[in-house]
Design a protein around this ligand. Sequence first.
Ligand code: ZN
Length: 152
Amino acid sequence: MDSAKPVKVLPLTDENLRAALPPARKPIELCSVCRAIGGRVSKLEKGGDVTGAIPDAVGYLREFMRLGENVATNWLEICSECGALYYAERSYEFLIGGSEDYESYSVITHDKVLELAEVSWARKPGAELHAFEDGTWRIVVDPPKNRPQRRS
Ligand SMILES: [Zn+2]
């Protein structure tokens, strides 16, 4: 999956990032998926104990944007019905006597996406925003230097 070629490569600027975020297709309160999710949801599984729950409606979200090649536990998902963005977190920690598996989803506004810590970390010279054919995006903080350069 990491070898997929982007269809568009842009410098990572707030302007480009904002332009990549999709406009809402309908008000979130009229969206059956978002209403079924009903706000921030999380689930923590620790040594057989489960706290919280992830509603089935989360299955109608799909991946929208990776927040950097070294950020594996947090990303953005998009609601397939209304276009709302969700900040997703999935982490697994192996601990002797009770590993922890944590998962959460919460709606995030476009303004808040620009304020995310992951986005702040990515604001480095040379960072790029890659668009893929399937409609997903990826922030690439340190693009490979050996990509063929187009000369004009
Ligand atoms: Zn929705």
